[in-house]
Design a protein around this ligand. Structure first.
Ligand code: KIV
Length: 257
């Protein structure tokens, strides 16, 4: 059965919410059984396209990958990131969010930011487009990639923004690279679930970029745990293949017609 937004909200304080990113059908179809939420994240810009930042990701790229992901999902809630410059004002946001919802048949969209986009989020929700918020480190607008919550002003702003997003009607909020005690405070002070990435165990759920989880990305981030090292496994497989082709061991009789 397909997971509903109300089911997700009810999980708060009961069971952790499991979430991962996916950019294609095959991956999504593996994750579907284990994840409550599958996010088509604009992180695909750096993971797949080697862009310097997620700012280069276009609406069309997001839509094409999301169409692929849609084909792999039966149960999980599918959320699609609205890319940079696709929600500069309410009118633009509504037009583009509708396009994403219709073309990809996703369940919700995710937007980065707090107070600045409060009215925009309210417009989307008023028009029956479910929205996931995103606070803390905001890769679309912040290129420093430093964790948030050291300074009091930063902490106050994140908590205020979380309360505002809740008031605007988001069904959950991603907290990216947020200091542990702040993540705990935000999670305790809002009724909708927080989904952490580099934001401690105190969030209501967790999300990771799938390529990081399986060890395809050679970079090691503090907030990532590699549950497999596919980079090593692929290297071994390709190295064996190349040796066998060169030694005329592959294809053998069994592989031939
Ligand atoms: O783009 C993305 O993958 C994300 C996650 C890191 C939350 O926004």
């Amino acid at each position: 059965m397909k997971k509903k937004i109300s089911y997700l909200i009810k999980k708060k304080n009961k069971q952790k919410i499991v979430s991962l990113t996916a950019y294609s059908k095959n991956v999504a179809s593996i994750l579907d059984k284990y994840c409550d939420i599958i996010l088509v994240g604009d992180s695909l810009g750096s993971v797949l396209y080697n862009y310097k930042s997620t700012r280069e990701v276009s609406l069309d790229i997001m839509i094409e990958h999301s169409k692929s992901v849609r084909m792999g999902i039966k149960k999980a809630l599918m959320v699609v990131d609205m890319p940079y410059n696709s929600y500069r004002n309410s009118k633009e946001a509504l037009k583009n969010a509708k396009k994403i919802m219709i073309k990809t048949r996703c369940d919700a969209v995710k937007l980065e930011g707090g107070k600045k986009i409060y009215e925009i989020i309210k417009t989307l929700i008023k028009n029956k487009i479910p929205v996931m918020g995103h606070l803390g480190l905001l890769p679309q607008s912040d290129q420093t990639f430093k964790f948030k919550g050291k300074k009091k002003s930063e902490r106050d702003k994140i908590l205020k923004d979380a309360l505002l997003l809740e008031r605007a009607g988001v069904f959950s909020i991603v907290l990216e690279c947020v200091e542990t005690s702040l993540a705990k405070i935000v999670t305790r002070n809002i009724k909708v679930p927080t989904i952490g990435i580099g934001a401690s165990k105190y969030c209501d759920g967790q999300i990771l970029v799938f390529d990081d989880l399986i060890g395809l990305n050679p970079i090691n981030y503090r907030f990532v745990k590699k549950y497999a090292n596919l980079r090593d496994q692929i290297t071994k497989a390709v190295s064996n293949y190349s040796k066998e082709v060169r030694k005329i061991k592959f294809p053998n009789k069994k592989n031939s017609y």
